[in-house]
Design a protein around this ligand. Structure first.
Ligand SMILES: [Zn+2]
Ligand SMILES: [Zn+2]
Length: 708
């Protein structure tokens, strides 16, 4: 398996621009391959924990000559082999884990590492600069939850802390800001009690409740529960066996030390698997988190007199599901002034500059100081890379900084064939002179290409397609939403509120798909929806259901219940780690069921938390075509599921899709925008997506039942 994986990785660029990362969730596939391997099987890790003072991997030329050491997607064969091995060999975990910690924990773990082991575990010891970042707080709340669980606290209290931690980790705006405005309880998952504790913590720098919860719980336990499969009970056992932290655990597993401590072989195997999964986990942030962090930097840059233009680049601009860092391209004639301006950015830490000319492979020619590179870290821990170049070649710089390494490498190949060279400093003619490229379109035009939409710049065939690229889906194309929840199941808002919000968004139809709780009063719910339809003639309502596929492949409620609904989504909410054959059987059974219209969030992944199911997607696509069923692209930022690479394959095969919000509250109806991003990355146009159709046609093609 390792050899096959190594082959896949060596021949397939991961298509992800942003280092440092362990695994690229904006996974790519090569055109011509059938169903692409899952992302974790094909990407090559970058140098996790790369020095903050140097250019990042993304910035380096894919095949630059001797200038910059190539890594990641562009690594030399031997280097690549080494990197590949390190992903698949859990043996290398300790070093990697340490590097991950240095790279992205920095301040994050400060609250226990700085405070040392023992009294007042860092709650009061965070530095002012790092205190109160979302990541930090989420970590703290998660530790409080773990500590409470260890102490046998009430399950509901523990879960409340876990929910709050989860919510804050995913928040697009700084929690400190919400606190300042008195809006902490606006965060879904933060109730009044935890909001009160957070308020105390923000005001005084400590919180008696948190300290009480954490007191007496070993540090090791709090850290070890981060390993998938290790719960508090196991963590306590390990701590009792002398394990100090994750590094130590990995070392001891590797050396077989734990076998002597009486832990069962099955448990040790599970721990080894958990460590391997942890090692594969990406050091990345969700797209909305990246966008929110990037926004103030962009505003700050654009306010500088020396900055003529500043634009987001990299994986954020390509709308990858997650981003490793924030890339910004700047046009200026005064690089030093830009550097001075960046140093004045509030909250910026560790601002360093480097000679970005080294990225171009042209630095053997003295006197071409055309580019300035700046890296910095925001107080929330995010890394920002800025490349600044002259306005007359800004197009080349922005293009370079946006395209995935694979896209840029393919572009270089095309350029070479025409006697040209493309790089971040511009496009060079046969005489090595730089050609004017103030706009990106001019870069592509020199290669006889239209500029592909940024989402497509992955080398998934966009250059070969040239002028015949499809028209991609836009949010204006979307007429209805097929996946929404209300207070009838686990939504926060009433059906009426959801309908009003959908009307305000201009939706022509709305499918309300509460969960299939077996004790739900389906008849009463249907009556309410019928009454709402009377009150809101401007929108068509569909009485739908989101039905659990049980672990043994049945549906959670009997057919008689399904029959009373006009539209049923089937989804997997449990048993995610079942073997491929079992998962595939579950999905195929649901697709074959006459009352099921399509599959919601098909892989069940939770970005940065849980890998999706392992299924035979070939078989799933075939079943969709055979039974005329659709697959959903679920829009919440931590799902974005189907993933882009499977969307690409579904589109290629003509499998129908829908783009949905999976909203559990009115504001979340906007989640459809995330699904549209994924659809675009997967090359989907309006013709591939059922809920772009007018209502009557949607009813026909999505096979909605009982519409008069
Ligand atoms: Zn669901
Ligand atoms: Zn749902």
């Amino acid at each position: 398996m390792a050899a096959a994986a190594a082959r896949a990785a060596a021949s397939g660029p991961c298509g992800c621009v942003s280092p440092p990362h362990a695994r690229c969730t904006c996974a790519s596939t090569r055109p011509g391959s059938r169903v692409p391997p899952r992302p974790s099987m094909m990407s090559v890790p970058g140098p996790v924990g790369a020095s903050s003072a140097g250019p990042s991997q993304a910035m380096r030329a894919p095949s630059s000559s001797s200038a910059a050491p190539s890594v990641g997607c562009s690594a030399s064969p031997s280097h690549r082999r080494m990197l590949v091995i390190s992903v698949f060999m859990p043996l290398t975990l300790p070093g990697r884990w340490r590097r991950v910690k240095q790279a992205h924990d920095g301040p994050r773990r400060a609250y226990w590492h700085q405070a040392g082991r023992g009294a007042q575990r860092g709650v009061a010891a965070m530095t002012e600069a790092t205190r109160g970042s979302n990541r930090e707080l989420a970590e703290l709340l998660r530790d409080v939850a773990t500590a409470l669980r260890v102490k046998g606290a009430d399950r509901f209290v523990v879960e409340a802390y876990e929910r709050a931690a989860h919510a804050i980790a995913r928040l697009g705006e700084p929690v400190r800001e919400l606190w300042r405005r008195g809006h902490l309880t606006d965060i879904r998952g933060v109730g009044p009690s935890i909001a009160g504790h957070l308020d105390e913590w923000f005001r005084t720098g400590r919180c008696a409740r948190f300290e009480e919860a954490l007191a007496g719980v070993p540090d090791a336990v709090l850290e070890l529960v981060q390993v998938p499969g290790i719960g508090p009970a196991t963590a306590l056992k390990l701590a009792a066996a002398g394990v100090e932290d994750i590094d130590d655990l990995a070392r001891k597993v590797e050396r077989g030390d734990l076998a002597k401590t009486g832990l069962s072989p099955a448990l040790l195997r599970r721990i080894a698997q958990g460590l391997a999964e942890l090692a594969r986990r990406p050091d990345r942030m969700l797209l909305p988190v990246a966008l929110a962090a990037a926004e103030p930097v962009l505003v700050h840059l654009r306010a500088a007199p020396a900055v003529q233009r500043a634009e987001i680049a990299g994986s954020i601009r390509r709308r990858c599901a997650t981003a490793g860092n924030i890339n910004i391209a700047v046009a200026t004639v005064d690089g030093d002034a830009v550097v001075r301006h960046v140093r004045a950015l509030p909250g910026a830490e560790g601002v360093t500059t480097f000679d970005a000319q080294a990225l171009t492979g042209e630095n053997e020619r003295p006197g071409i100081g055309l580019l300035v590179g700046i890296t910095l870290r925001l107080s929330g821990g995010q890394r920002v890379d800025i490349l600044a170049g002259p306005p007359e070649r800004f197009g080349a710089l922005w293009q370079w900084f946006t395209g995935s390494p694979a896209h840029n490498a393919a572009l270089m190949g095309r350029a070479r064939a025409r006697g040209l060279a493309v790089g971040p400093d511009g496009v060079r003619g046969p005489d090595r002179a730089l050609l004017p490229t103030p706009e990106e379109e001019q870069v592509y035009a020199l290669l006889d290409l239209p500029a592909p939409p940024p989402e497509l710049r992955e080398n998934w065939g966009e250059l070969e397609a040239g002028a015949s690229l499809p028209r991609l889906l836009t949010s204006e194309d979307v007429r209805g939403d097929c996946h929404t929840h209300t207070t009838w199941s686990d939504g926060r808002d009433s059906a009426r509120a959801m309908v009003e919000a959908a009307v305000a968004l201009g939706r022509a139809y709305l499918v309300i798909t509460d969960h299939s709780y077996p004790n739900l009063d389906f008849a009463a719910r249907a009556r309410e929806l019928a009454a709402l339809q009377q009150s809101f003639p401007q929108i068509r309502l569909i009485n739908g259901l989101e039905v659990n596929i049980t672990i043994d492949g049945r549906l959670q409620v009997p057919d008689e219940v399904l029959a009373t609904h006009q539209f049923c989504l089937a989804s997997i909410h449990t048993g995610f780690r079942q073997p491929r054959e079992v998962i595939t059987r579950r999905l195929l059974a649901a697709l074959a069921h006459p009352f099921i219209n399509g599959i919601a969030h098909p892989t069940g992944r939770l970005l940065l938390q849980r890998e999706g199911v392992d299924a035979d997607w070939d078989a799933v696509f075939e079943a969709c075509l055979r039974y005329d069923k659709f697959l959903e692209i679920d829009g919440p930022a931590d799902r974005l599921d189907l993933p882009d690479y499977l969307v690409r394959e579904a589109v290629r095969r003509g499998v129908k899709l829908v783009v949905d919000s999976d909203a559990h509250r009115t504001e979340e109806l906007q989640n459809v925008l995330g699904a549209v991003d994924v659809a675009r990355r997967g090359w989907a146009g309006p013709a591939n997506v059922l809920n772009t159709l007018p209502f009557a046609e949607f009813v026909r093609q999505a096979r909605v039942r009982g519409v008069g």
